[in-house]
Design a protein around this ligand. Structure first.
Ligand SMILES: Nc1ncnc2c1ncn2[C@@H]1O[C@H](COP(=O)(O)OP(=O)(O)OP(=O)(O)O)[C@@H](O)[C@H]1O
Ligand SMILES: Nc1nc(=O)c2ncn([C@H]3C[C@H](O)[C@@H](CO)O3)c2[nH]1
Length: 220
């Protein structure tokens, strides 16, 4: 038996529904909700006007904020047997940085990532959401964050492909620090777990099945 809390992370490209699903799961399971910082990143709106120019600052800011958040969640929540659902996994730093940094910057960034990330808590379950690029573009437009108004379709498409690569079964061992979480992959293009009770229940059932298989390790 393991007295640590269960850690569930939601991942997938921009606008796929991570925060929406994490909030629903938080309400359903009554877990602690860990949300990524967005508006607080002082480089993000500049980043979207000139990706190459602002990539390094943007990626570094996201990385160090997430490290701090995950250190805190370990110290104050998981180690105290409280369960957590988060709307990100730290591997997203590598996924974005691989797209936005040049080769030399990415090489150095990865060394830094590997140094810091080994000691951070890893989720037991990752829900990997994906959707067609056109659906992602529609949802990003509908949400209407000011700095995402000129979102480049090609950037979203490339990002989706990078996510597919990172969540490919062959890459998983490599990218999740030797600890292989249970990965639940869901194509969210035609689901509406916000408004449709059946769609919501479909995802909750999948997560409950995964939790049952963790049962021996956790106090579930
Ligand atoms: N399954 C769904 N069906 C319809 N609309 C959805 C669905 N999931 C999310 N949305 C809507 O799409 C928009 C983006 O969702 P959300 O903010 O949860 O995405 P996200 O993955 O957290 O994005 P980001 O990566 O930018 O943080 C929101 O307006 C949300 O209401
Ligand atoms: N460049 C870059 N690196 C990241 O690690 C990262 N994480 C999130 N984001 C962007 C996507 C959404 O616009 C918004 C909310 O997810 O922030 C990122 N952008």
């Amino acid at each position: 038996m393991n007295d640590r809390g269960i850690f569930i992370a939601i991942e997938g490209p921009i606008g796929v529904g991570k925060t929406t699903l994490a909030t629903i799961l938080n309400q359903h399971f009554n877990y602690t909700l860990l949300r990524e910082i967005v508006e607080e990143n002082p480089f993000l709106s500049k980043f979207y006007t000139d990706i190459k120019e602002y990539a390094l600052q943007t990626e570094a800011f996201f990385l160090f904020n997430r490290i701090k958040q995950l250190e805190d969640i370990e110290k104050y929540t998981l180690s105290k047997s409280q369960n957590v659902v988060s709307d990100y996994h730290i591997v997203k730093n590598l996924i974005f940085a691989g797209l936005t940094l040049d080769n030399m910057q990415f090489h150095r960034y990865k060394q830094m990532y590997n140094t810091f990330v080994t000691d951070l808590p890893q989720p037991d379950i990752i829900v990997y959401l994906n959707s067609d690029t056109d659906v992602l573009m529609r949802r990003i437009a509908m949400r209407d964050r000011s700095f995402e108004r000129q979102m480049d379709r090609n950037y979203i498409h490339e990002l989706s492909l990078e996510y597919k690569y990172y969540f490919n079964p062959l890459s998983i061992k490599h990218n999740f620090m030797g600890k292989e979480p249970i990965i639940i992959e869901i194509d969210n293009s035609n689901l509406d777990f916000l408004n449709n009770e059946n769609d919501r229940q479909f995802i909750i059932n999948k997560i409950e099945e995964a939790m049952t298989s963790l049962g021996g390790q956790h106090n579930v």
